[in-house]
Design a protein around this ligand. Structure first.
Ligand code: PEP
Ligand code: MG
Length: 325
């Protein structure tokens, strides 16, 4: 099986009926790049930049960040690289920032909310990203967007920093896509408004499931509620993909669900364009997609969304995929 998978290393990801999708990798640091390249990723779908800020005693400088982003873009050799701006708060803390203690950190000043309230910190990261943009195909992604105003505010700061850099004579790419994570249920439910302002979406199912089910993703006593294929989750995902399609925008997924073999045929059928996962899942996912028909699974979507439980949906997928083989 390993030998067969190796053959897929440099191949594009195309379903059995000819639909092309992109299989990308999630990374947390430059050390992950080796594995990404060795496993045939077509891009980076999520670079979690918070790890650049963690495990140290002060904020990383603009220059330090620029070097890291530039390195990743260069190593990826013009393949798409989605870099997510700082997603701190929730379970990820920065002791040196002395942020106020919150009783519900996952519902508090997290990610883009924090960045918009600490603009110096945010502007530093945006400048580093903009400076790196001329070294590859950079796409910038904002995490935890709940409402359109947050996206507009973040885009405004990005635009301001871009204008400053251009005035300083520093090269900035003119085609940086700016997208958002869809991981707050409100963003999924009102994705049609966000789709007008974002160039792309990436669905963060780890948080989307946590917030939709109201079940802490770290709490094992409620882990039975972590159900990627529950109709509540699948319906939100379908809404997001349809809202983006109306505006001609592409949709990826960078939560764990993107690499889940039960979810992949459903997501392919719904029209997801990009799947971002840990590097080791890429070749198995490519093999699965190659033997799955987009059109066939698009035809099952309505039926799947009318099923009342994850168990029923999983059983349906297992039955169908077994008969495909
Ligand atoms: C997610 O929420 O699905 C996601 C990819 O982001 P993180 O796991 O870093 O919160
Ligand atoms: Mg998240």
């Amino acid at each position: 099986r390993r030998i067969e998978l190796r053959k897929l290393l440099d191949q594009p990801t195309i379903s059995s009926d000819g639909r092309r999708v992109e299989l990308a990798a999630n990374i947390g640091s430059v050390e992950d790049l080796q594995k990404v390249l060795a496993n045939g990723a077509e891009g980076i779908g999520l670079f979690r930049t918070e790890f650049l800020y963690m495990g140290r005693s002060s904020l990383p400088s603009e220059e330090e960040q620029f070097q890291v982003y530039k390195h990743v873009l260069e190593r990826m050799d013009n393949k798409p690289v989605v870099i997510r701006t700082l997603d701190i708060g929730g379970d990820k803390e920065l002791p040196y920032m002395k942020l106020p203690v919150e009783s519900n950190p996952f519902l508090g000043l997290r990610a883009v909310r924090l960045c918009l309230s600490k603009q110096d910190l945010f502007r530093t990261q945006l400048r580093a990203l903009l400076r790196a943009s001329s070294y590859g195909q950079l796409k910038i992604m904002f995490p935890m967007i709940a409402v359109v105003d947050e996206l507009l505010a973040a885009k405004q700061l990005l635009q301001e920093e871009k204008e400053k850099l251009v005035q300083e004579g520093i090269a900035v790419s003119s085609n940086i896509e700016v997208g958002i994570m869809i991981e707050v249920p409100a963003a999924a439910l009102a994705a049609d408004f966000l789709a007008k302002e974002a160039d792309f979406f990436s669905i963060g199912t780890n948080d989307l499931i946590q917030y939709t089910m109201a079940a802490d993703r770290m709490n094992e006593t409620v882990s039975y509620l972590y159900q990627p294929c529950h109709p509540a989750i699948l319906r939100l995902i379908q809404m997001v993909i349809q809202a983006a399609a109306k505006e001609g925008k592409w949709v990826g997924m960078c939560g764990e669900m993107a690499g889940d073999e039960t979810a992949i045929p459903i997501l392919l059928g719904m029209g997801l364009h990009e799947f971002s996962m840990s590097a080791s899942s890429i070749l198995p996912a490519r093999a699965l997609i190659k033997q799955t028909s987009h059109r066939e699974w698009a035809g099952y979507t309505e039926q799947i969304l009318s099923m009342s439980s994850q168990a029923q949906i999983k059983q349906f997928v297992e039955q169908k995929t077994r008969s495909d083989l």
